[in-house]
Design a protein around this ligand. Structure first.
Ligand code: FES
Length: 170
């Protein structure tokens, strides 16, 4: 173990910053302890940051925006709107007399606008033939890997309100 330690007459800085290339392959106990300590502090800081982030993380809040009157669309009818911002195009579909669904209109592949194909009862992207289920926005076919983000709807009187977004990328 003598090869680990230098004679005590050697200044500390020579231990830390060796000028001899051959010495660089030796790691003395002090350097190893310093490395372990710094690594442990780094891991501790990282874990504390993750803990603080999870404790203070708040779910994003969404506006409550009127989308349409419940009697505005016939069954199979479609209305385009923007939610939660003016730059987020969405599509509302009346799937049955008492059922409405709404999704982001941006295809999860390369963001082309999806449209409602009434005969197939699905949302279709014309760019690369990506198809999405109308029931939950999941991918039926094509290159998209993720479902369409869904707009949460709420009824208030005769109005449909958009109240939030669900799904990846929402
Ligand atoms: S952009 Fe929609 S399938 Fe490619």
């Amino acid at each position: 173990m003598n090869w680990l330690r230098k004679p005590s007459s050697t200044p500390l800085w020579r231990d830390e910053f060796s000028v001899f290339t051959a010495d660089e392959r030796y790691v003395n106990r002090r350097q190893f302890t310093k490395f372990l300590t710094l690594t442990s502090f780094g891991m501790l800081a990282g874990n504390l940051w993750i803990l603080a982030r999870s404790l203070f993380h708040r779910a994003p809040s969404f506006p409550r925006t009127p989308v349409a009157a419940t009697d505005e669309l016939a069954v199979g009818g479609v209305k385009l709107f923007a939610y939660p911002t003016a730059d987020d195009p969405c599509i509302l579909v009346r799937t049955a007399s008492d059922s409405f669904v709404a999704y982001s209109q941006k295809c999860t592949h390369l963001s082309c606008a999806v449209y409602y194909a009434k005969e197939q009862n699905r949302l279709e992207c014309p760019c690369h033939q990506g198809f999405f289920a109308i029931a939950d926005g999941s991918v039926l076919q094509g290159p998209p890997q993720r479902a369409l983000p869904r707009v949460s709807l709420e009824r208030k009187g005769g109005q449909l309100l958009a109240v939030g977004m669900e799904g990846e990328g929402a």
